[in-house]
Design a protein around this ligand. Structure first.
Ligand SMILES: NCc1[nH]cc(CCC(=O)O)c1CC(=O)O
Length: 308
């Protein structure tokens, strides 16, 4: 009997995601024993500070990667959207799971849609990407910074008497809280974060046997769409703390990819869409078009602002 150990953050969402992955692995590999190691990351320790001000990529994963190097754990489950585009030496994504609903959603206090929120409504999010797109559609709203695990953020709706908060559909669904959703925002209104809704399964590249065990979790179509999205992010040198979004869908055999870059105040919002079959070529094409339109200048300004 083989025993392997998975590493995870200990937020309720991370634990739920890891348990889902463990169950699926056990379905496919009878007799496999999986241990779980809970790891506190830098991102978890500084939940009270605005993330974009902390800076640094991979705030939620560095300690977990370290545990993999030290062989304290054999693999890790992450939200793909929290993963930097560059993989550290010696580690790899053994699988990318089938994507769940990639959209952002609003939970409103009175159950209304986003469009029906009152003038001047206070909307909680600490994501510059969400802020940029929602302010672009509704310049009258006020964005209130709200951080923490999704349970904490939902509680802030009452605590801070907000009109709405914005979260990812996938996280709420995995927690069994889909009924709290007031509206799933169309991707016309809000392009999701790169990789939103998919899980990344990471392990040591040299571990052939573990890679083989984990390969049952991989979804080919999700890999294609998120590769296109991650290519945009990589080309624009983005992390999860800057206002970039990209969303790819398969239509027949063809990929349709939309990328956005915005200013945090929502006054500028660049959006480019292209279709193609090669995920990386398509990602590069969309990134180049965004750069031609001035994405570099917008992002330089955002980076300067958040470093202050
Ligand atoms: N940044 C935190 C985070 N990372 C992944 C998800 C949701 C699950 C997913 O996208 O797979 C969330 C919560 C949220 O944004 O609402």
């Amino acid at each position: 009997m083989k025993r392997i150990v998975v590493g995870t953050r200990k937020s309720p969402l991370a634990l739920t995601q890891t348990e889902m992955v463990m169950a699926k692995l056990q379905e496919h590999h009878t007799g496999l024993e999986i241990g779980m190691e809970k790891i506190v990351t830098k991102g978890d320790r500084i939940l009270d500070v605005t993330l974009s001000k902390v800076g640094g990529k991979g705030l939620f994963i560095k300690e977990i990667e370290q545990a993999m190097y030290e062989k304290k754990i054999d693999f890790a489950v992450h939200s793909l959207k929290d993963m930097p585009t560059e993989m550290p030496e010696g580690l790899m994504l053994a699988a990318i799971t089938e994507r769940e609903d990639p959209r952002d959603v609003v939970i409103t206090r009175n159950g209304s849609t986003f469009a029906d929120l009152p003038i001047g409504a206070r909307v909680g999010t600490s994501s510059l990407r969400r802020a940029a797109q929602l302010l672009n559609a509704r310049p009258d709203i006020e964005i209130v910074s709200v951080r923490g695990n999704i349970n904490t953020r939902i509680a802030k709706l009452e605590e801070l008497q907000l009109d709405a908060i914005v979260l990812a559909a996938a996280g709420l669904e995995r927690m069994g809280w889909a009924e709290k959703i007031s509206e799933r925002l169309s991707t016309e209104l809000c392009i999701p974060a790169v990789g939103q809704g998919a899980l990344a399964i990471q392990c040591r590249s040299e571990d052939e046997e573990i890679r083989e065990i984990l390969s049952v979790l991989d979804d080919v179509n999700t890999r294609r769409t998120v590769t296109a999205e991650r290519t945009v992010l990589g080309r624009l040198n983005g992390g999860c703390q800057i206002p970039i979004g990209a969303f790819a869908e398969l239509e027949g055999g063809e990929l349709k990819l939309t990328g956005i870059v915005g200013s945090a105040d929502g006054l500028t919002l660049l959006k480019e869409t292209a279709t193609g079959t090669d995920p990386m070529a398509l990602g590069h094409a969309v990134a180049e078009r965004l750069i031609e339109k001035g994405a570099g200048e917008i992002l330089a300004k955002v980076r300067e602002e958040i470093s202050q």
